[in-house]
Design a protein around this ligand. Sequence first.
Ligand SMILES: C[S@@+](CC[C@H](N)C(=O)[O-])C[C@H]1O[C@@H](n2cnc3c(N)ncnc32)[C@H](O)[C@@H]1O
Length: 203
Amino acid sequence: MNKADLIKKFNKQAPMYERNRKAHALGPWRSRLLRSARGKILEAAVGAGANFPFYKKDLVEEIMAVDFSPEMLRKAKAASQELGIPATFMESDMDDLSFPPDTFDTIVSTLSLCSYADPLLVLNQFNRWCRKSGSILLLEHGLSSNSLLAFAQKRLEPVLYRFSGCHHDRDMMRIIESSELEIVSVQHYWAGCMHLVWAVPGK
Ligand SMILES: C[S@@+](CC[C@H](N)C(=O)[O-])C[C@H]1O[C@@H](n2cnc3c(N)ncnc32)[C@H](O)[C@@H]1O
């Protein structure tokens, strides 16, 4: 799918992501992951701000929230105002984003690596942009560790991608493990489809 069509697709999904935010979808995982998010934070592909209810406000200095969908950003902005989250917003493709090294204390990416053209490149950028004392927090999905489910995901990939704009057949842990990040801790859920990862800058 070309970029313009992908953006249109995510624009259309923004109301659904807003409903999910209000329903605290995946709340226990988001809460567990984000309780240590602190300082100057990059939220990559923020969507409608689904993580905003779970930040510990007293630990947050500022969130730089990036997404290429203007409709998602509009909803995330409204959420930050409603919840009193100090955030600034940037409409950009993650692939085109550039920050100086050591810019952020925490980098957060939830359900986002599935849609980038090159998720490994983005993870390695996280590695550069994160301060050495900082952390990278991921909640990402991918190919199941159950072979039957993985088979079904591979077969359904073209339909699922056309419908959602996300790839469901990526071996997400392999991608994360092959990045420059140093993984500190991992939890797997939903037959190995869903991963919570706590990482720090490596190399
Ligand atoms: C599945 S949603 C996840 C949103 C949010 N992180 C969450 O946890 O609910 C994926 C988000 O990534 C954004 N996105 C996808 N590809 C992107 C890219 N290349 N650059 C910037 N944002 C992108 C979409 O607009 C969408 O908001």
